[in-house]
Design a protein. Structure first.
Length: 111
């Protein structure tokens, strides 16, 4: 069983806690970054900060995982319902999005 090195394109991630034993993330893991590691049998809880509305890609760094749909678009913008998932409305000719079957819609609250 492999760990997953997931990365974010265009936004910062902050580890909050690792669950299983509900262990708080170490200080160095809480610093904002653009990649987080998820270990087998654990749940990695994160806080994500977006600088502006738009579409962002979230994916695993292991190519075979990415090839098996461990990749999603996060649509951040006004009017999006928190946690709502909808069918992707992406251009099938766009190589970056050709493996993505759903987008995750999140609201954007300006600073």
């Amino acid at each position: 069983v492999q760990h997953h090195g997931a990365t974010a394109s265009g936004f910062r991630i902050e580890n909050i806690a690792l669950a299983g034993n509900a262990v708080p993330a170490a200080g160095s893991e809480k610093a904002p970054k653009d990649m987080v590691t998820a270990y087998p049998g654990e749940v990695t809880r994160i806080k994500v900060t977006f600088d502006k509305p738009g579409r962002y890609v979230w994916h695993c760094h292991i190519l075979s995982h990415e090839d098996h749909d461990m990749m999603r678009v996060l649509h951040v913008g006004p009017g999006a319902e928190p946690g709502a998932v909808a069918a992707a409305a992406v251009d099938p000719m766009d190589d970056v999005f050709d493996m993505i079957e759903e987008e995750i819609f999140l609201p954007f609250v300006g600073r």
